[in-house]
Design a protein around this ligand. Structure first.
Ligand code: NAD
Ligand code: ZN
Length: 252
């Protein structure tokens, strides 16, 4: 795939200083991690909305823990793809780039991205419901695959994700501030249905950012995009970063 940036978008990219990238489940689809609407297998009869709540964990901690054990297994077996890797090159072009993700798979970090703002936490760690203790999910599951293990403080461990109805982590404040100051905002593989993360696109747009959307399907925010790339992230992002390199000119 080849992309040539022209007109306003090319100008905006050339002059951009504050750059934000928001990613969703779509960027990890080509790593074999299904988005929420397309899951298969033993656990697929449970909808995330049924498992990913504090109420579900309180009512049936064993089932919720085992469901996250299943999700952890999928994520732990996945590798970053060309889309994740392209964002590492993107950050090299724009040193102030802020990468924020709704994903809980740590594939950006695994690809080499730094300073990733995790808006929904991570399934790769477990944390205590009561104190500050946290540890890698792998060890917690190994000790106790069937039920959340106890913490030394008397609490119990849970996945370090953000559940529906829970307050978003401090990273969201940083993310909102960055979106409000962005002059280039790239949204990748998010259906933009889960708020408030999805609202960041609108925040950036209203603040005057040039908005680029990478998603094979149209979303509620496609109309705001100055450039829409209707292709999988693994193809579109490497091509987009190539085009950015052209716009920005060779360093020095
Ligand atoms: P979503 O499932 O609602 O939407 C995924 C979007 O990705 C869709 O718009 C789809 O058209 C697009 N898409 C599919 N394949 C793509 C590709 N190859 N390249 C680019 N885009 C592609 O996901 P969401 O918007 O992230 O929101 C739902 C919630 O699901 C989030 O809270 C997230 O935490 C959670 N989730 C995370 C993971 C993960 O960590 N990998 C996986 C599933 C769900
Ligand atoms: Zn504890």
């Amino acid at each position: 795939m080849e992309i040539e940036l022209t007109g306003e978008v090319a100008e905006r990219v050339a002059g951009a200083e504050r750059v934000v990238v928001l990613t969703g489940a779509g960027i990890s689809a080509e790593s074999g991690l299904s988005t929420f609407r397309a899951q298969e297998g033993l656990w697929s009869r449970f909808r995330p909305e049924e498992m990913a709540t504090p109420e579900a964990f309180a009512a049936d901690p064993e089932t919720v823990w085992q469901w996250y054990g299943w999700r952890f297994g999928q994520v732990a077996g996945a590798e970053p793809n060309a889309g994740h890797r392209a964002l590492v090159r993107f950050a090299a072009l724009f040193p102030s780039l802020v990468l924020m993700t709704q994903n809980v798979d740590e594939l950006h970090q695994q690809a080499g991205s730094e300073g990733v703002l995790e808006l929904h936490g991570t399934v790769m760690r477990a944390r205590c419901t009561r104190c500050d203790y946290s540890e890698p999910m792998a060890g917690a599951l190994e000790r106790s695959p069937g039920a959340p293990p106890p913490c030394a403080c008397g609490g119990r461990l849970r996945p370090a994700v953000v559940w529906f109805g829970e307050p978003l982590p401090p990273a969201l404040g940083e993310a909102a501030a960055a979106a409000g100051e962005a002059d280039l905002f790239v949204s990748v593989g998010t259906s933009a249905r889960v708020f408030p993360a999805a609202g960041l696109i609108e925040v950036a747009y209203r603040a005057g950012a040039c908005v680029i959307e990478v998603n094979p399907e149209a979303t509620a925010f496609s109309g705001l995009a100055h450039l829409r790339l209707a292709a999988p992230a693994g193809e579109a992002l490497p091509a987009l970063v190539d085009a950015f390199e052209c716009c920005r000119g060779a360093p020095g």
